[in-house]
Ligand binder design. Structure first.
Ligand SMILES: *Cc1c(COP(=O)(O)O)cnc(C)c1O
Length: 388
């Protein structure tokens, strides 16, 4: 009785079985290595914690932090953006603080679509794009991502009947779960498409500062000329700075869309804790801090250990250029559910079956590089013993 019809529209949670088996394995005392959750295992860098521990004592931080974020927070985001992407932003209207980008993704459709409007959703993808759309009464239209297209959507495949009703399109590069990166030319194509069809793009850039080759730094969609007319981009401190528990992120770009999202938020929350905003300012101003750089190097070493172990065992895996995910093609043409189940049952190791992110994820499993080097090596050895 106390359950809305909208809740029933949410797609079923496809990791239930893996979750259940994982808990059973741990309860049975097995030594489980978990590459499942995309949550950094390392602590937040010390310089950020120290800022927080001072800021927490200031009484001004104990009150509601209403609005888009403090002026210093918004100015810091603008400076970061200029330095990192060469894009200038007006801190007053083109920057909006979020309680994590998940929160922004969830509330955005409520601010910018009407019931019955279509939202274009990449698949495989982060489930919150669907959740936010459904809660706003929107209709999801999936954009299949496929290996042969570099895991980019083929925009010309979207039927014109659908386009006529479409208000919003989510993109996510660098991508979870596929780890694919978008080139600036894809973003140009997407912006041109959005302008032609009157669609707002929400590009989820949660992993844009988690990359391994500085010569191919992930781009911002706002680098495209005129992008601010049709796009916002969601950024998060969660992955870059090991701050998933802190809940701090921001959206940038189109003023009107941000005002609409801000209006929903004004009715739902009362801002980011002031002390966390101070910590975020210090984090964003220190992307090249040795602790942050060391963290990226550690993901790189884990990636190399895992990828060479899998390839040595006959898999055909390419290491990611960005994100902390290894999106591995299933060995021997076995389906992803079976691969994940056998790896758990026979190697006491958790990986996520690609099919759980949508039908186009079939044929792949996702490893999150959130396991230390020694345990990653151990998992590689265990998995290497399986015959497919
Ligand atoms: C982790 C992640 C986020 C970031 O979540 P926060 O709410 O900022 O912690 C957003 N999008 C994707 C695709 C993610 O994987």
């Amino acid at each position: 009785m106390w359950r809305s019809k909208r809740l029933d529209l949410l797609p079923p949670y496809l990791f239930v079985e893996i979750d259940r088996n994982k808990r059973a394995a741990i309860a049975a005392g097995r030594d489980v290595i978990d590459f499942g959750v995309g949550d950094p295992d390392q602590p937040t860098p010390q310089f950020i914690i120290e800022t927080m521990s001072k800021a927490i004592h200031l009484a001004k931080n104990h009150q509601y932090a209403l609005g888009a974020g403090s002026p210093v927070f918004r100015e810091t985001v603008a400076s970061y953006f200029l330095k990192r992407f060469g894009v200038s932003l007006d801190p007053d209207g083109e920057v909006l603080g979020l309680l994590g980008s998940k929160e922004g993704i969830m509330h955005l459709p409520t601010g910018v679509i009407d019931p019955g409007d279509v939202v274009l959703i990449p698949e495989p993808g982060y489930p919150v794009y669907v959740g936010g759309t459904i809660f706003a009464g929107g209709e999801c239209h999936t954009m299949p991502l496929r290996a042969e297209n570099g895991w980019l959507p083929v925009l010309s495949d979207i039927p014109s009947e659908v386009l006529g009703r479409t208000k919003l399109m989510y993109l996510n590069y660098p991508n979870n779960p596929t780890s694919a990166c978008a080139t600036l030319s894809f973003f140009e194509e997407a912006v041109a498409f959005a302008r032609e069809h009157g669609i707002l793009i929400a590009q989820d850039a949660a992993y844009c500062d988690l990359y391994f080759d500085p010569s191919v730094k992930p781009a911002s969609i706002l680098q495209v000329e005129g992008a601010k007319e049709v796009a916002i981009e969601l950024h998060s401190l969660s992955k870059t700075f090991n701050m998933t528990g802190w809940r701090v992120a921001f959206a940038v770009g189109n003023r009107e869309a941000l005002a609409s999202l801000g209006k929903v938020k004004n009715n739902a929350d009362s801002g980011i804790f002031g002390a966390i905003q101070e910590a975020a300012v210090v984090a964003l101003s220190n992307l090249d801090h040795p602790e942050v750089v060391a963290q990226m190097e550690s993901y790189r070493r884990r990636r190399d250990i895992l990828v060479s172990a899998l390839n040595g065992a006959g898999w055909d895996v390419t290491g990611p250029l960005a994100t902390f995910y290894v999106w591995a093609k299933c060995p021997g043409g076995v389906d992803s559910m079976t691969v994940a189940k056998r790896i758990l049952d026979e190697a006491d190791t958790v990986v996520i079956p690609g099919a759980g992110f949508g039908p186009c994820g079939e044929g792949f499993v996702r490893f999150a590089l959130t396991v230390d080097e020694e345990r990653t090596r151990e998992a590689g050895e265990r998995i290497g013993k399986l015959v497919w």
